[in-house]
Design a protein around this ligand. Structure first.
Ligand code: LLP
Length: 421
């Protein structure tokens, strides 16, 4: 459920008409609902309530500091994968002891940053990283709390570009080498083992791959404890999928996911950490765009929008589906038309949808892409020198621009011409 609904025939974000925001900030723009963000975060905390837990929002899915503050104020921890995201979490007022640091390529500078300001744990992904972290911690005279990310070799049954838990993927250490690598970690100075980490992929629409992975983690917990390691936290990653197509069957609910965690891992008495991104942010955001032209091609009609692949790359990068709604609701009796929905960028890949049934639309009409809150704004670029589009947050009947559209001057001033040219 989200808070983007028609009222009197006009699509609203909570109590604000999207057309009103469009008039105030121009198109295209991203719009997020505070109520939906809150509700989705709370679904997870409720699902895990029988166990000690921390829900760490995966900042990579939606990193605006206002959104992080909203979630942080509700009690969320944060999962960061770069020094930049770590800085965003701090800027949002999140306590460092609620920040976990993931990622296969943490640099010494990023380790220093996090050790200096504080960190809940590093999720270490390789032996060279263990050694590097130990060296940085020794140099700073700090203790680095760690988990080691294990790769359980399970098929997440998701898009190949976002599956991470198979042995051919670059993530984690093979689970069958975990005993050896934990022994090395225990022997290195200034590292403190606190648990195990696993994340098998994103947009999972079944529970079974999670179940396979978590059973392996349960077994490993017992093995490592028998060897004297203190395993008090299990970081289970993110990955629970969302319904991108309302017409399709729905992925499992957080409640069912929580029950699975309890069933497979509850008996170990560990604190459970999860790192959901998409399920919290995905359906909390829409991308609103305006029709520039309707172009009648030889065998199809093109809906040419003012948003493009640089604003929302998921359809061209993953072939992802996003539902598209007219902001002004069509009359019930209106017959749908078929459109190829495209942006103005100069490549054929700049296509949002092919043969999409939509009510008849014309220039200046507004449309909204649903489920665009996750991996939308954060993956945007300025390709074709198109300014990054604004982000707007709605709460009840109020809205605010939480990231402004840059001016062309700001964009051009970032380049410089060498004196010798
Ligand atoms: N934790 C780790 C270590 C991750 O790598 C990810 C996502 C998450 C948590 C959050 O996963 P989520 O709950 O959002 O599924 N750009 C792609 C998705 C890439 C996901 C990368 N890692 C997309 O647009 O579908």
């Amino acid at each position: 459920m989200d808070h983007f609904l028609y009222r009197n025939g006009s699509l609203h974000a909570e109590d604000v008409a999207l057309s009103e925001i469009a008039a105030a900030v121009g198109t295209p723009f991203y719009c997020y609902s505070a109520a939906t963000l809150t509700r989705h975060y709370q679904l997870f905390t409720e699902a895990l309530s029988p166990m000690p837990h921390l829900v760490c929002f995966a900042i990579k899915s939606l990193s605006n500091i206002a959104v992080l503050k909203l979630l942080g104020d509700l009690g969320a921890g944060m999962d960061v994968v770069s020094g930049g995201e770590y800085r965003r979490a701090l800027a949002a007022g999140v306590s460092p002891d609620k920040i976990v640091f993931s990622g296969v390529g943490k640099t010494a500078e990023e380790m220093q940053l996090a050790l200096t300001h504080g960190i809940r744990q590093f999720n270490v992904e390789s032996e060279p990283e263990l050694r590097a972290l130990s060296a940085v911690a020794v140099a700073l005279g700090k203790i680095a709390p760690i988990t080691i990310r294990v790769n359980p070799d399970v098929d997440a049954k998701t898009h190949e570009k976002i599956a991470t838990g198979k042995k051919e993927n670059k993530f984690g250490i093979p689970i069958n080498r975990a005993v050896e690598v934990y022994a090395e970690a225990a022997a290195l100075p200034n590292l403190q083992i606190v648990g195990i980490d696993v994340h098998i992929g994103s947009q999972l629409t079944e529970l079974e791959p999670f179940e396979q992975a978590y059973k392996k983690v349960a077994e490993l917990t017992e093995t490592l404890r028998a060897q004297g390691h203190s395993i008090t936290r299990l970081d289970l990653g993110g990955g629970l999928g969302i319904p991108y197509e309302r017409s399709n069957s729905a992925p499992p609910l957080p409640r069912e996911y929580g029950a699975l965690i309890q069933r497979t891992l509850g008996h170990l008495g560990c604190e459970i950490e999860i790192e959901p991104g998409r399920l919290i942010s995905g359906n909390s955001g829409v991308l609103v765009s305006k029709v520039i032209y309707v172009k009648n091609g030889e065998d199809r009609d093109f809906l040419i929008l003012d948003a493009a692949m640089n604003d929302l790359v998921r359809p061209s990068m993953y072939g992802a589906h996003h539902d598209i709604l007219p902001v002004i609701e069509a009359e019930a009796a209106t017959e749908a038309q078929s459109y190829d929905v495209v942006g103005p960028v100069c490549e054929t890949g700049d296509t949002f949808a092919k043969a999409r049934p939509l009510p008849p639309l014309q220039a200046d009409d507004l449309v909204a892409f649903r489920s665009a809150g996750a991996y939308g704004a954060v993956m945007a670029s300025e390709y074709n020198t198109r300014p990054l589009i604004p982000e707007v947050l709605v709460r009840g009947d109020q809205f605010a621009v939480i990231r402004a559209r840059p001016s062309y001057e700001e964009i051009l001033n970032r380049d410089s011409i060498p004196t010798w040219l």
